[in-house]
Write a protein that binds this ligand. Structure first.
Ligand code: BDR
Ligand code: CA
Length: 312
């Protein structure tokens, strides 16, 4: 199994990413860390603990991290995720608490505690914690297997016409992460806008028939309304589990190598992930863009994980 640290801001799709990581046998979840983004740090952290409680995740350390971007003022996505960050379903009271370690330290300690080249970082929120970890302990950069992140886009954005939310709210952190020298896989909007939770997908999830599956269906119900109102989607794009799916099976989320840099200075384009697809990528290119999703197999992974989680 691939060892991962999930760095997230739950968030409807982050919650589903966590369930996929927990339920899929191809993933060994080493730690879960939280970062401000979809909602404030206390809210997303509580949400992560609630989802873990509902899914029966035990023995995995959870830690809270940065409560704001490196330089910019905090921004939340209440229009998409509601006031709690996870509006819609009823959430259980968390059965456990975060560890007494900052997320950045937990990330560093976890990477250093494992063999070089074995730990993959999977950020599904702003890249603040990951950038801080790379700065505080630069030796982790060559020890990490790779960074498979949800964020950015080759074309277009969602928070702004040019920039995707996770990158746009902390472009300086993203610039550090994309430029650090480790392998980075950008699972951006080009890919995640193919991961639509269609009525057929919703039926397959409900057919699992468990509490966690019902919970996911309720998340998707809320998400569908948000995305219809905010961005005109019929079925909502379920971004974050696509990054986990790439780690499980790179043929489900297919990528191409391409140079990628992050715009931090643009008046209208801050947070844009400028991706060079003009020609063949240079030898040794360490950044990759996800372009093509196998929709059926992706959702099979999600329903399979829910079936395996069962009724904890
Ligand atoms: C990203 O922004 C967040 O609202 C979602 O959780 C996802 O990580 C999509 O742009
Ligand atoms: Ca997220």
């Amino acid at each position: 199994a691939e060892k991962i640290i999930l760095d997230c801001d739950p968030g409807h799709d982050d919650a589903i990413a966590l369930l996929l990581a927990h339920g899929d046998p191809g993933i060994e979840l080493l730690a879960v860390t939280t970062v401000a983004g979809n909602q404030t740090l206390p809210k997303v952290t509580r949400n992560a603990l609630s989802v873990a409680t509902l899914a029966g995740i035990t023995g995995v350390p959870f830690a809270a991290g940065a409560d704001r971007p490196l330089l910019r003022a905090a921004a939340v996505a209440a229009d998409i995720h509601g006031d709690t960050g996870l509006d819609g379903p009823e959430l259980p009271e968390p059965a456990f608490d975060v560890v007494d370690t900052h997320a950045v330290d937990l990330i560093i300690d976890t990477v250093l505690a494992h063999e070089p080249g074995t730990v993959t970082l999977v950020p599904t929120g702003a890249l603040t914690n990951i950038a801080l970890a790379a700065r505080r302990a630069p030796e982790i950069v060559e020890r990490v297997r790779r960074v498979v992140l949800m964020g950015g886009a080759v074309h277009g954005g969602n928070l702004t016409p040019a920039a995707e939310f996770n990158i746009a709210i902390d472009p300086e952190a993203a610039e550090i992460v994309f430029g650090a020298g480790w392998e980075v896989v950008m699972v951006g909007l080009d890919l995640t806008h193919q991961a639509l939770a269609t009525p057929e997908v919703r039926r397959a999830i409900r057919a699992v028939g468990t509490g966690p599956a019902r919970f996911v269906d309720e998340l998707l119900e809320f998400f569908e309304h948000s995305y219809r109102a905010a961005q005109g989607f019929d079925a909502p794009p379920v971004h974050d589990p696509c990054a986990v799916a790439h780690v499980i099976d790179p043929t489900v989320v297919r990528t191409v190598p391409a140079p990628i840099v992050v715009e931090t200075a643009g008046r209208y384009t801050a947070g844009m992930t400028v991706t060079d697809l003009r020609g063949p990528a240079p030898q040794g290119c360490r950044t990759h863009a996800a372009l093509e999703l196998d929709h059926g197999r992706f959702w099979d992974l999600v329903t399979g994980a829910l079936a395996r989680i069962g009724e904890p």
